[in-house]
Design a protein around this ligand. Structure first.
Ligand code: ADP
Ligand code: MG
Length: 695
């Protein structure tokens, strides 16, 4: 208990029972600390005056100086509004009041020099400001130059608990005679991480003497938020690392060296090399590796996986690679086999459609240790799949699997196999830390050299012939194309009408034998899928018409056109994944999003975003804004809603600092002996109720 912070807001000067009730109901503010933690969303510089001339559509709250020219009450007797014509000497705008009309009418003086403060609106090409704050210029109260602006609800506004009212409460609060906010971090930590005290931070955030003070206060609170967001995850990770011993790999690596020196088809990017070093360090640490490898589509995760496999094989262990779809597993198998043959490494493929006879052979070779790498779908985790000595498991496109499946695959090792999970889901690092909290994190943040940015366009149905003609021209230049139809979930009941119709139409426009158009979908037999994929990969077919089975991972560098039909039906990350199937070679690639003319605002935003940027990170940010954090797989429980000031994208460096502080705390003072105030704070903190159990 802290007397000051825990005081009921009713006792604050300027609040009272009625306002307290409103604040409790509308904003869930009960105690002084709640009120203090209700941060302003922006600040206005009250020393600056604008002219009407400078106002545009984006203008937010501003201050104008001038005179009222005339006042008029308009409307029906029961619902009148007050309209005042305000001039800054050069131009005029309307000031509007819908409430308190009588009072305003008697208090507004025509011709007096006044200061008007509010947010301009555009209405019918004219500018107005409703319910502005008004002060006489002569006896203007000397307010601080920087004024905090607070969010208020409609209900609060009508009850006159507006931003100004809250600002006054905050003044009373931070200047309260009993003002006392205990520090929660140790002196040492505050010094090291450049945190101003909690008490000062609350003062500065509500009543900032300068922009510098705002920054310092915001930094402190962002740090605090990111500290408590990450603490449980890091704690968990450290505990697990201590508990679980891993297979100790030696840095001997003849196979690896041989492959890199003689068979690597390209030179690795700096990011790939860095990630490989991180993986190697883990593998040789004696502890179990559990690492998330994130890299945008096309950044080259597969080769990193393959080189990691070699580290395992060099140490006498087997590896397995699990992919979410059969097509992807097949593709990995085909391309990895080509690489593996160069160093006489035997690899196998196991999917749901592997025949019993093939299975028997596979099982034998696995148990005898002949097969070094087994690629497959979730068929890999079935009980009868037994390895001789599994040392490394790799999971591609992690977002399609659950934690349980990873654990199951790992359990196939006699010791504790290392795990590398790969994802193209462009989640910010900090978010990755909390969603996949128990994993270490690596990122490939660099594309292979020589890639050209994919050009993306949005077209409506009537332009389809033109689009197809374009496709013809590109095919004439030796390129290949994908045409994708939405079929979000492939189930028995789903019919393939769009896909089949599209295929038929394409066949007419691209007649045989000049053109080879092939169709691929999830319900086909594995052997057929493999054949179609192979034909396309080897350039034997020109166009691959398909459902979203090709969404993840497929890699055919010569394919340079991606046409997505009914693109409005796809989510942003899916569109980005699909687009990622092209732009994998040196040629200019194109992605064309076909949609109907009628689009929801949300769909329009998605398609526009796709046209505008190729960056998975930017798209995921937009996606988060559209859908909210809550919708992104696994984030609901991650405590992200605790974040008021901090942004995982923009404040990544603060998150990093907080992480350092946490690691230091947990490793040097795990019992919080030297961090009593922090311990005390956490005991009472919302959402940290189980803290004792975790710690
Ligand atoms: P993703 O990260 O999406 O899984 P892939 O591993 O499929 O990407 O790689 C995409 C393409 O880039 C592949 O054709 C691969 O051979 C190629 N590639 C990977 N790394 C490099 C590199 N360092 N230089 C040139 N091409 C590369
Ligand atoms: Mg991939």
């Amino acid at each position: 208990m802290n007397e000051f912070l825990d005081t009921d807001i009713t006792f604050l000067k300027g609040v009272g029972t009625m306002r307290a009730e409103i604040l409790q109901k509308e904003l869930k503010l009960f105690r002084f600390e709640d009120l203090l933690s209700y941060f302003p969303f922006r600040y206005v510089d009250r020393s600056k005056f604008y002219t009407i001339n400078e106002i545009n559509q984006d203008t937010s709250y501003i201050q104008l100086k001038g005179k009222i020219l005339n006042i008029e009450e308009v409307g029906q007797p029961r619902s009148t509004r007050l309209v005042a014509c305000f001039s800054d000497g050069k131009q005029e705008i309307e000031l509007l009041w819908f409430k308190g009309v009588k009072w305003m009418k008697t208090n507004l003086r025509i011709g007096e020099e006044i200061v008007v403060f509010g947010k301009p609106n555009f209405y019918n090409g004219r500018i107005n400001m409703s319910h502005p704050e008004i002060e006489s210029a002569a006896n203007r109260t000397k307010s601080a130059p920087l004024e905090a602006i607070y969010h208020t609800t409609e209900m609060m506004k009508t009850r006159r608990v507006d931003s100004k009212a809250i600002r006054l409460m905050m003044t009373n609060l931070v200047q309260h005679q009993n003002y006392l906010v205990p520090e929660i971090f140790s002196v040492e930590m505050c010094r090291k991480y450049k945190l101003i005290s909690r008490g000062k931070a609350f003062r500065f955030i509500h009543q900032p003497p300068s922009h510098k003070h705002i920054e310092a206060a915001q930094y402190r609170f962002k740090f605090e938020e990111l500290f408590f967001l990450q603490l449980p995850f890091i704690n968990q990770k450290i505990n697990r690392k201590e508990a679980v011993k891993g297979i100790h790999f030696m840095p001997k690596n003849p196979l690896f060296k041989n492959f890199v020196a003689n068979h690597l088809p390209f030179s690795l990017t700096g990011a790939q090399e860095r990630v490989l070093r991180e993986i190697k360090t883990d593998l040789c640490s004696g502890q179990q590796m559990n690492r998330l490898l994130q890299g945008d589509v096309g950044s080259g995760k597969t080769i990193v996986a393959f080189l990691s496999v070699m580290m395992a094989v060099d140490n006498g262990y087997q590896a397995s690679l699990m992919a979410p779809t059969e097509i992807l597993a097949i593709q990995h198998y085909i391309s990895l086999k080509e690489l593996a043959e160069k160093i006489d490494l035997e690899i196998g493929l196991l999917t749901g459609s592997t025949t019993p006879k093939e299975r028997r052979q596979l099982h034998e070779k696995l148990q005898s240790g002949t097969i070094k790498l087994l690629v497959g779908t979730h068929a890999l985790i079935e009980d009868m799949v037994i390895f001789d000595n599994l040392g490394l498991v790799i999971i591609d496109e992690q977002h399609r699997f659950g934690v349980a499946q990873r654990a199951k695959l790992q359990s196939k090792g006699k010791q504790n196999p290392h795990a590398l999970v790969m994802t193209a889901t462009p989640i910010p690092r900090t978010l990755a830390m909390s969603v996949y909290g128990d994993l270490d994190y690596s990122v490939i943040d660099e594309m292979p050299a020589g890639r050209k940015a994919i050009k993306t366009a949005h077209r409506f149905g009537f332009a389809r012939q033109k689009v197809w003609q374009f496709m013809k021209d590109e095919i004439a230049r030796g390129r290949q194309a994908y045409v994708v139809y939405p079929l979000i979930e492939e189930s028995e009941t789903m019919h393939y009408k769009d896909l089949n119709n599209g295929y038929d139409e394409l066949l007419q426009f691209f007649p045989r034998p000049t053109y080879q158009v092939e169709m691929l979908h999830g319900k086909m037999k594995a052997a057929d899928k493999e054949a179609k994929m192979k034909d396309f990969a080897q350039g034997k077919s020109h166009i691959l018409v398909s459902t979203t089975v090709i969404e993840v991972g497929i890699n055919v560098p010569n394919a340079s056109i991606m046409i997505i039909e009914s693109a409005e039906k796809f989510g942003l990350s899916q569109l980005h994944q699909l687009r990622g199937r092209v732009g994998r070679g040196a040629e200019q690639s194109y992605c064309i999003l076909m949609s109907s003319k009628k689009l929801s605002t949300n769909a329009e935003t998605r398609l526009k975003a796709m046209v505008k940027t190729n960056s998975g990170f930017e798209l995921s940010e937009i996606d988060m804004k559209l859908r909210g954090f809550g919708d992104i797989a696994g984030t609901r429980q991650s405590g992200l809603d605790q974040l008021k000031l901090a942004s995982l994208n923009e404040d990544a460096h603060i998150a990093e600092e907080a992480r350092k502080a946490i690691v230091e705390l947990l490793t040097t003072d795990p019992d919080y002996d030297r961090h009593q105030s922090l311990r005390h704070f956490m005991k009472n903190k919302q959402g940290y109720k189980d803290w004792e159990k975790i710690a």
